[in-house]
Design a protein around this ligand. Structure first.
Ligand code: IPE
Ligand code: IPE
Ligand code: MG
Length: 240
């Protein structure tokens, strides 16, 4: 089965830096290199959609200095990486509650998202100030507005219709979710969109996650049987 959508919780930057007796932000800087190599590998492997968790709605609770450094790094990386990404045919999109960012950063994201590659090879969705619960709530709000303005009726609300209000509505559901850094949790990342994703928890810390590891996970994904509720026998019959 081809992989249409990979989502990644990029975790472990802080521990990677602490192990090296360096400040946590050193780990975030090192993490940018992994972001770069991961995107490149996904494009090379023909993955059409990649969603990266860069900053959660809960990450504002970190020390102000770390949050500030993350914002600076994000801003600088957008400027630095975008030309090369466009060359690779990567379209950047931003998901999350963007209104909490500085006007400058909001404008930057707007500009970057408006830049279209000549030939589209991959959608890169960067989740910032994103929370899976927030996503469901913002969808419910928009749906509520359409219900009260009678654009649609309650009876018409199906999974497909609801999905149209969620972030990434125009992209297929996540096939493969990877979390590095050894924790076995979702941390309020995509919820609706990972309903049937194959999940891989990897012990490797994000700055050490290299293309070989990613390809190994993709190979393992291919060896899993995705039954979607059916029996193994049915799945084998369907494949023939
Ligand atoms: C993930 O790495 C990056 C962000 C949340 C921005 P962490 O910073 O969470 O690294 P650890 O989990 O503390 O090692
Ligand atoms: C999840 O990692 C958020 C990102 C990778 C951006 P965290 O490190 O913030 O998650 P917890 O705190 O371990 O759940
Ligand atoms: Mg973490």
């Amino acid at each position: 089965m081809t992989i249409k959508h990979i989502a990644i919780i990029m975790d472990g930057n802080g521990r990677w830096a602490t192990l090296r007796k360096r400040p946590r932000t050193f780990g975030h800087q090192a993490g940018v290199k992994t972001v770069r190599s991961t995107i490149k590998t996904c494009v090379e492997q023909g993955v059409p959609n990649l969603t990266l968790f860069a900053f959660s709605s809960e990450n504002w609770s970190r020390p102000v200095k770390e949050v500030q450094k993350l914002m600076d790094l994000f801003m600088r990386s957008l400027s630095k990486e975008t030309p090369e990404l466009l060359k690779q045919g990567v379209q950047q999109n931003f998901i999350g509650n963007l209104s909490r960012f500085s006007p400058k950063l909001q404008q930057k994201m707007k500009n970057v998202a408006a830049m279209r590659p000549e030939k589209l090879n991959m959608n890169l969705n960067i989740a910032v100030n994103y929370g899976g619960k927030w996503d469901v709530i913002q969808a419910a709000r928009k749906l509520g507005q359409d219900l009260s303005s009678k654009k649609i009726t309650a009876d018409e609300v199906s999974e497909g219709v609801f999905n149209n209000y969620m972030s990434l509505a125009d992209q297929p559901a996540v096939d493969l979710l990877i979390r590095t850094g050894g924790e076995h949790r979702i941390s309020n990342f995509l919820l609706w969109q990972i309903a049937y994703a194959e999940i891989f928890f990897e012990d490797v810390l994000w700055p050490d996650f290299n293309p070989e590891e990613l390809i190994r996970v993709m190979d393992q994904f291919h060896s899993r049987e995705r039954r979607f509720g059916k029996t193994s026998e049915q799945v084998n019959l369907d494949a023939n």
